[in-house]
Design a protein. Structure first.
Length: 227
């Protein structure tokens, strides 16, 4: 009796697996459809090398993002993505000493940066089926905020007819917005005509003015819908 139940269970699992492969082999209905998704991100560690021996070591982090795009056909799509991460970092720089000894002094700053990226992408799905590997290339801009103050805080006040005299302040920080570009490879699986999953690895290169090797690795899990 137990053997019969095991056999029946095995047949059921086999049927489900075969039906899954059959569904994934069917042609996708994404041709001419819009789509949007939400991403969970895992950013890898990276090192930016600057001038005069300076560097920035960026730690790993978990972030989020969203995508929006249009499928020109089953193979080619155009898309937009926004991502947000806040990794810890350690910046190292050297400065001339004040004592005139001529021996450079090392300065280290450990903090948390805010990194926001927008990218305009071209996507190529290798297969026209619901399950397909895909490739992506794109360009856009990366905004990096060091969260380190670049001067004293600025204060301002105003008169509110309900609350009276109100004052507030703002702290300016070192930040930069730079051109960036990306390449990614992954897999896409559509579980039905409206819901899809993507798993991918992405590399983003940021064109910093005074640094080299500014590449950021990203692991991404996306769930989205076509409409």
């Amino acid at each position: 009796m137990v053997g019969k139940n095991i056999l029946l269970a095995g047949c059921l699992v086999g049927a489900l697996v075969l039906s899954s492969f059959s569904a994934s082999a069917r042609e996708s209905n994404r041709d001419g459809e819009w789509e949007g998704g939400f991403m969970l991100l895992g950013s890898g560690s990276a090192t930016f090398d600057g001038q005069g021996g300076s560097s920035v070591d960026v730690d790993t982090d978990v972030g989020w993002g969203f995508t929006f795009g249009y499928n020109l056909n089953s193979h080619i799509a155009l898309g937009f993505e926004f991502t947000s991460t806040s990794p810890d970092y350690k910046a190292t720089a050297w400065q001339e000493p004040d004592d005139g000894s001529g021996i450079p002094e090392m300065i280290e700053v450990s903090h948390e940066m805010d990194l926001y990226q927008t990218q305009f992408n071209g996507i190529y799905n290798i297969s026209d089926g619901r399950f397909t590997p895909y490739l992506q290339v794109g360009f856009g801009w990366s905004f990096i905020d060091s969260n380190v103050a670049d001067g004293p805080p600025q204060g301002y006040c105003w008169w509110d007819p309900w609350w009276g005299y109100i004052c507030d302040g703002y702290q300016s920080t070192y930040d930069t917005t730079n051109f960036s570009y990306n390449a990614a490879a992954g897999i896409r699986f559509e579980i039905n005509n409206s819901t899809y999953f993507k798993l991918s690895y992405q590399e983003v290169w940021v064109d910093l003015d005074n640094a080299s090797n500014a590449s950021l690795p990203m692991y991404r899990l996306e769930v989205g819908s076509t409409f």
